[in-house]
Structures are given as C-alpha cells and as structure tokens.
Design a protein around this ligand. Structure first.
Ligand code: GGG
Length: 354
C-alpha cells in the first residue's frame, strides 16, 4: 500500500472551500484503489492566523511541513493584511524553503466553448509553462531608501544565478525531449540588459546538449501577443518567475478563466515536499458564498497524482474535469452554471466512479 502524506493549508477566502472538494476527490480515489491511500493533516495558517498571532504560519511551520510528502494549498491573501506580507510569509516562503524551483502550469483548453478566442480549438491551446520559481524577479532583493523624502528611491533587484537559471532551463529541455515537443524560451533580452541577456545565453548553451529539441525564443511582449493570436505556436515554454506568473494568467484568460488554472510547485529531486495549488487567489468577493469553482483545485490533485507516479489516476481526474465541463448544469456561476462548490465536488465524485 502506498500512502501519500499530505499537509493541507486551505489558507484564505475561497481556499478552504475549494480544497475541501479536492480532498473529496482524493478520498474517492482511495476508496476505489486498494493500493493507494492518503493521509491529511490540516494547518490553520493564513491571514486569520496572522491577525491573531502576527505571523502567517507557526514558528516551527517549515519544520512541521518537512515531514510531509506534499502540501496542498488553497489560497492566500485577505483584506486587512497587506498582500506582500501574506504572499511572502506563506506561499513564497514555502516555495523557497523547500527549493520548489519548478512551477508547472499547464495551459490547456478543456472545452472549446470556454475560450474567448472563438476560432481556436483544443488542439490550438495546449502547452505547458515551466516557470522559474525560486529567484529571478521574486528573489526579494532590494531596498527602500529615503522613505517619504523627495529623494525616495525603491530598488527591486532580479536575481538570476547560474545554478538557478541552468537548472530550470535544463528541466525544460528534458521535458521537451521527454514529451517530443518544441521548447520556447520567453525573456526580454533587449531591455533587461543583464538578467535576460544572461538567460538567453544559458538557454543557448544548455541547448547544445539537446540537438534533438526544436527551440524558439521570444520577447515576452511578442509572446503575449502570440499567446492570443496564435497560441498553437507554444508547446513547452520556459520563462522567469515574474513573466511566468503573468503569462499563465494570460493562459487562464484564453482557456476559460482562473477557475481552471493549476500550478505545481515542484522540488524535482524530492528532497523536500512539493506543493500543489490552484493559481487563483482567495477571491474575497465570493468567499463564504459556496460558489467558488473547485475545478482548478481538483486539477491540482491531478498534478499531485502525476507527481507521485499515479499518472493513471491523474489522467482520470483530468478526463473527469473535461466531462463535467460539458454539462453547464454541473458548473459554478463563473462557467455559466448554477451549481455550488460542494455540488460540483459531489457530481465530480459520482462521475469518477463511473
Ligand atoms: N492559490 C495560491 C494563491 O493564493 N496565489 C495567489 C498569488 O498571488 N500567487 C502568486 C504566485 O503564484 O507567484
């Protein structure tokens, strides 16, 4: 029997509502598969915890999480706590402490009716963004000088180490080779004359080891245009932390919205737990109403299953998402349905059993 020990951090706003549905799906799989089980331990960390304790997670939080195979996170951020504090002290902290340097964000059109790009099909929009997840523009390096004075200056430094840049680019080449797909690097070497020139050089250098992989290199502005006008150009994409964050929201926009975007924060060496999360935030405007779309969080469950070698179940979960999307009755209001979050989860489990 294989047991996957999962730390649950539902977090803020709709986080707890959508994570509950993902757990429902994992429990249903456990009931159908004698060789697989999941254990769940929930941690109450997030903005409410911050307002009570002055910190987003317990002092020994990282130590506690170390003993788990995986972390399943809902959302972070809520009015009353500055966004940069909630993000840095929980989500970004976990990514850094556990060296989850790969962020896998599939951009996949699950149903033709969902895209605002009416001429595009499911074949046209199907690519994987591999986002550098440990440094770059999100390194947290900078300074705030002469605060409040006329000479005030703020610095936010992008940090691109050779180790960090090479390993993400190598990971992307390996993935392109494994999946026999093209690899596109997205950067901005014409304007960011240190970091992105370096990025482009490393992309070329590492590429010499992968002569079998067909490559493209786009500036991020041009890539954003192509993602809307001609998304079929992209298969595997590698990019920096900030660009990856932005273009995957664009990806969500062309595939049906943030209710259908997932991300896996992976430490490929499995030295530390990896973390699985919907891309969306805590959505305070709909929190507590029971209408949040749980499908992104359920897709995260599919990524978790893939990561632990349960690709068969990962594929079943993804196919079930596709089949539920075909039925508007069974969707939440963001996808033009009338169902509640929990109803979607219940129907999902019924479909899964078929
Ligand atoms: N689902 C996790 C969450 O709340 N994400 C919000 C966010 O702003 N994420 C930024 C990032 O992925 O770097």
């Amino acid at each position: 029997m294989k047991t996957i020990n999962i730390a649950l951090i539902p977090g803020d706003g709709i986080g707890s509502e959508v994570v509950a549905e993902g757990v429902k799906v994992l429990q249903a799989i456990e009931a159908m598969d004698d060789s697989l089980s999941f254990s769940f331990t929930e941690f109450p960390w997030g903005c409410e915890y911050y307002l009570e304790h002055g910190k987003m997670m317990a002092d020994d939080g990282i130590e506690k999480l170390k003993s788990f195979d995986a972390i399943y996170l809902g959302a972070v951020g809520y009015p009353g706590v500055p966004d940069h504090i909630s993000l840095w002290d929980l989500l970004l902290r976990i990514r850094k402490e556990f060296d989850q340097y790969v962020n896998l964000r599939p951009v996949k059109l699950l149903n033709q009716s969902l895209t605002p790009l009416k001429s595009k099909t499911e074949e046209d929009i199907d690519f994987l963004v591999i986002r550098e997840n440990s440094e770059g523009e999100y390194a947290g390096a900078g300074d705030w000088l002469f605060k409040g004075k006329p000479e005030e200056v703020v610095l936010q430094t992008g940090v691109f180490s050779r180790k960090g840049t090479e390993r993400i680019i190598r990971y992307a080449y390996e993935e392109a080779r494994r999946s026999k797909r093209t690899l596109t690097s997205i950067s901005k070497g014409n304007a960011l004359n240190y970091s992105m020139v370096f990025w482009d050089e490393v992309f070329e250098e590492v590429g010499k080891e992968y002569p079998d992989v067909e490559t493209y290199s786009y500036l991020v502005d041009a890539a954003s245009l192509y993602m809307v006008s001609d998304p079929g150009r992209f298969e595997v994409v590698v990019t920096s932390n900030l660009f990856g964050d932005i273009i995957t929201d664009l990806g969500a926009g062309i595939t049906g919205g943030l209710g259908l975007a997932t991300g896996a924060n992976v430490n490929p060496e499995k030295e530390f737990p990896s973390m699985f999360e919907p891309v969306h935030g805590s959505a305070p405007d709909i929190a507590g109403k029971g209408v949040a779309n749980p499908l992104a969080a359920i897709w995260s469950v599919s990524q978790l299953l893939d990561f632990f070698g349960e690709e068969k179940w990962g594929a079943v979960v993804l196919e079930t998402i596709k089949s539920i999307i075909g039925d508007t009755e069974r969707l939440t209001p963001d996808l033009k349905g009338k169902a509640s979050t929990a109803e979607v989860g219940d129907w999902f489990v019924e479909l899964l059993k078929k």
